[in-house]
Design a protein around this ligand. Structure first.
Ligand code: ARG
Length: 466
């Protein structure tokens, strides 16, 4: 933290009517610079667009604009080089940058804030920052989706037990299972893209809360900054953070999906399942038990979902009691929001890489699918096709399963005459539906687990992604 320089603190921006200096603890309590300085780049982008507009409407001279542009370019260089001295006394990113600009270019720096308030400034910065985050997330989500598609394509014919209640239910294709996550990621991407529409509106021009007396051109600033339009009510523009809440909600749903995936990866890599291996780079050992290989990365994804949910609740709670318009409460939007942004960025990068490092033990999956009478429903469906009512078929198969269980064998190990004893309609062709392959192949409709459907879904998904 910097030494306090004489005459160089946030009070100079507003101290005219105060009779005593702000207490030290209050300065620390109210400062945000050490967590909002990551907004520096977008803050400068916003200031440059504002200055350009002020010059265009004749509020700022051409020389002042040139001075501001030169000063901001230097400041950006200082920040990138790690040479910018962030000062707690200057409270936040906005006052730090503005103060430095004035040091560099004098009065032109003091004119930058004409027709603007930190209230519309910070709302603009946060929107730009969230928009960048969404654009990055969408790219990253695409990588994750492609990783699911490669696994799905490679394993369209790989049979695994499908579960309900974590009990073996029916055989499914492992590729089909991967495509379930692809669908979740697709909706997550849609949610981020949809959220972006509401993020991408310009608050600048709202000033403190009521608008400004200068002849500003908000549409021009919006164009300069790549916004789709302006926030149409100044009070709303400076006060609501619903766009940040939406981002955090989309982040939490994404994390929830990845948490479920993580839980499955963790189960599948225990020796009791033995369905997959994760590359060693995603595992760690135990300091005491030499035999251990722990799935720390998926466990942390599952764990970090908790903080992401916490961030969402923080922002909802932050908002709920605020009267219009801006309140300092809103400064507290940043840490939870940034934390969700960071968590999503790192998690997506890791998941894309981790999926490429999954190796599948097809034998173990197959063996597990062969246990637990996974094809019992297929036998019932077979009987229905022979004219038996479904409820009766269900009962007949239940008896057959009980018999097989007592014999310690699977349904397709029972001889034909034994099967016929349960229902006269059973013929030799029954064995084709009692195989895992037959079971999969017969669910041959859109959304079904038949390998042909899995391959077709992969193809459709690839087409939609480009
Ligand atoms: N650091 C503040 C924030 O994050 C900037 C806006 C301050 N505005 C004010 N009127 N105190 O919200």
């Amino acid at each position: 933290m910097q030494e306090k320089k004489a005459g160089l603190n946030n009070a100079e921006f507003w101290s005219g009517r105060f009779t005593e200096p702000v207490a030290e603890i209050v300065k620390r309590y109210t400062a945000s610079v050490f967590f909002d300085n990551r907004l520096a780049e977008v803050d400068i982008r916003g200031s440059l667009a504002h200055a350009k507009m002020l010059a265009a409407v004749g509020v700022l001279s051409g020389e002042d604009l040139a001075a501001i542009e030169r000063g901001m370019a230097e400041i950006l260089r200082e920040i990138h080089a790690g040479q910018f001295e962030w000062q707690l006394d200057l409270e936040d990113v906005h006052l730090n940058i503005e103060r430095r600009l004035t040091e560099k270019v004098g009065d032109a720096g003091k004119r930058l804030h004409t027709g603007r308030s930190r209230n519309d400034q910070v709302a603009t910065d946060v929107r730009l920052y969230v928009r960048d985050a969404i654009d990055r997330n969408l790219q990253q989500l695409k990588d994750v989706q492609l990783a699911f598609l490669s696994l799905a394509e490679k394993h369209a014919d790989t049979v695994m037990p499908g579960f309900t209640h974590l009990q073996v239910a029916q055989p499914v294709s492992f590729g089909h299972h991967m495509l379930a996550y692809f669908e979740m990621m697709k909706r997550d991407a849609e949610r981020f893209a949809d959220c972006r529409k509401r993020v991408n509106r310009l608050p600048l021009g709202a000033a403190a809360l009521a608008g400004t007396t200068y002849p500003i051109d908000r549409a021009m600033v919006a164009r300069e900054l790549g916004f789709d339009g302006v926030c149409e009510n100044s009070l709303d523009a400076v006060s609501d953070r619903d766009f940040a809440i939406e981002y955090c909600a989309a982040a939490s749903l994404l994390m929830t999906h990845l948490s479920r995936l993580s839980e499955e990866l963790i189960l599948w890599m225990t020796p009791r399942f033995g369905f997959i291996k994760l590359s060693d780079r995603f595992c760690t050992g135990s300091s005491i038990m030499p035999q251990k290989k722990n799935p720390d990365v998926p466990e942390l994804i599952r764990g970090k979902t908790g903080r992401s949910n916490g961030n969402l609740i923080s922002l909802l709670t932050l908002m709920k009691g605020q009267p219009l318009a801006y309140n300092k409460d809103n400064q507290e939007d940043k840490e939870p929001l940034f934390d969700s942004i960071d968590t999503v960025r790192d998690t997506l990068a890791i998941v894309a890489d981790m999926l490429t490092g999954v190796t599948v033990n097809t034998e173990a999956m197959r063996a597990a699918a062969s246990q637990g009478f996974a094809t019992a429903t297929d036998l019932a469906d077979y009987l229905v096709k022979k004219g038996v009512a479904f409820r009766d078929a269900h009962e007949i198969v239940a008896l057959a399963v009980r018999h097989a269980e007592l014999q310690g064998c699977d349904l397709n190990d029972l001889p034909l005459d034994v099967l016929k004893g349960f229902s006269a309609g059973i013929d030799a062709d029954v064995y084709s539906v009692l195989t895992l392959e037959g079971s999969l192949a017969s669910r041959n409709h859109i959304g079904g687990t038949a390998p042909a459907q899995v391959r077709a879904a992969v193809e459709r998904a690839r087409g939609a992604l480009d």
